[in-house]
Design a protein. Structure first.
Length: 461
């Protein structure tokens, strides 16, 4: 048994065997860990880069804790969970025709565990206090990843290889945290930093120290995103930032209520643009032109694969096994041939190549169910500033992620899938909290006013 497995067992025994015995509320303890540990891509790998990951353990603990307490789980988790199950089922069906069915099922297992995260988180966020705990845990992970990335850029690997860090965790000028490549690191930050942004700029907590925490998470997250030098993530973040800012500009309900955030933000952005504008411009110049041009060759290979296997695809995780057969003679002779066949750099084309056009459509619709779920929460009659800002933060992160998937390395990284499941579970939990509040309001103030003084008229169905 290698040392990484021994360390995994040691950490697991402490976190999930010893600590829960001496704490007052195991459910909230597991909920905190389930919202935090996905930044560490470590675990017991069984087959083809997947297995029992450290972040899976608190999810399983919450699952068993709920089962033994008699709590009922909403396994449909509609609407997001239904689409997730459809993607899983289609992945299993298409695996039968794959060159390596085991590889396809290994990738399916990642999606199934993402589904479990969604269901379990949705069930265990029972109130605003739980929601606040989850957000603090997520942003604590962002702060830690940013700190690791800063260290890597200036000094090289930190040495926490047992938490998923690669021994050579720096490519001259890019950091990657505890993720496999810098782009995966950037993708994670892009999804999460929007929540920090909303909580810092638009939400006013009761304690100033909480604002300081949210501000630190946002500023450190932005700096870490910059240090990744991932252009697709930059573009996705900027476009989504503009869209969500416009949403807040035209709706007073979504505007900023923080006293100090705007001045701090202006000072920070002024310094950032003055200090780093040239480095940002350089990333879109001749120095990285070859990397940009290689994307189109990769897109062409994927499109040829889709044309040959439009219905079932080649199976999840099987793209690289088949890609060499779809190179032209000229591409085979290119010194970048191995790069061309490694990945697509477009997850929509990747899913179409591996799951066929049907799978790709389900994948895209799945994202839109997350967006629809976010908008449903924002349109609810009864809400809370915490729910509003968390929801817009998740919405901004999802939109940015959908944009960066057009040119970023492929989406097979489990930490990102886990984060998407975590955010989906939060949205489902928020909707349940809102519906419960609306029902209580209905029972106590029938044809009365809600907590903001707005007239509510209920009809008996």
């Amino acid at each position: 048994m290698d040392s990484s497995k021994l360390i995994f067992i040691f950490f697991s025994a402490i976190l999930f065997g010893i600590v829960p015995v001496v704490i007052h509320n195991p459910r909230r303890y597991y909920l905190c860990l389930a919202s935090f540990l996905n930044i560490f891509s470590t675990g017991w790998i069984f087959y083809h880069y997947t297995g029992l990951m450290l972040s899976d353990l608190p999810v399983l603990c919450l699952l068993f804790l709920g089962a033994f307490s008699g709590r009922k789980f909403d396994w449909k988790a509609a609407p997001i969970g239904v689409l997730t199950l459809a993607l899983i089922v289609w992945g299993i069906i298409t695996s039968f025709g794959a060159m390596e069915p085991g590889w396809a099922l290994a990738e399916v297992s990642k999606h199934f565990r993402m589904y479990l995260v969604m269901v379990v988180i949705a069930q265990n966020i029972q109130n605003l206090s739980d929601l606040r705990l989850v957000i603090v845990s997520i942003l604590s992970g962002l702060i830690i990843e940013a700190a690791i990335g800063f260290y890597q850029q200036y000094f090289g690997a930190l040495g926490v290889w047992f938490l998923g860090e690669r021994p050579a965790a720096r490519v001259d000028w890019r950091a990657m945290g505890t993720f496999y490549v810098a782009a995966f690191y950037a993708n994670y930050i892009t999804v999460v930093v929007f929540v920090a942004y909303r909580m810092f700029v638009y939400y006013r907590p009761q304690k100033t120290l909480q604002s300081v925490f949210y501000g630190a998470a946002f500023i450190l997250g932005i700096m870490a995103l910059f240090k990744s030098f991932a252009r697709a993530a930059w573009i996705g973040f900027l476009v989504s930032l503009i869209l969500t800012s416009l949403m807040s500009f035209f709706r007073s309900r979504y505007r900023s209520y923080s006293r100090y955030a705007i001045p701090v933000l202006v000072v920070f952005l002024s310094f950032f643009v003055f200090r780093y504008h040239q480095k940002i411009i350089d990333q879109f110049g001749e120095g990285r032109r070859k990397a940009y041009e290689s994307r189109f060759t990769q897109f062409g290979i994927a499109e040829r694969m889709i044309a040959v296997r439009p219905f079932t695809g080649v199976g999840l995780g099987n793209y690289q096994l088949n890609s060499w057969d779809f190179l032209t003679d000229e591409e085979r002779e290119d010194y970048l041939a191995s790069v061309y066949t490694w990945m697509v750099h477009n997850s929509y084309l990747l899913y179409a190549a591996e799951l066929g056009i049907i799978g790709a459509v389900v994948f895209v619709v799945w994202f839109f169910t997350i967006i629809w779920s976010s908008l449903r929460i924002l349109r609810a009659k009864i809400s809370h500033p915490l729910i509003v800002n968390v929801t817009i933060g998740i919405l901004g992160g999802i939109v940015a992620f959908m944009i960066l998937l057009f040119a970023s390395p492929d989406i097979h990284d489990y930490s990102i899938l886990y984060q998407l499941g975590l955010f989906s579970g939060i949205l489902l939990a928020e909707w349940r909290i809102i519906k419960k509040a609306e029902w209580q309001n209905f029972c106590s103030h029938k044809n009365g006013n809600d907590h903001r003084g707005n007239k509510i008229s209920y009809r008996n169905n």
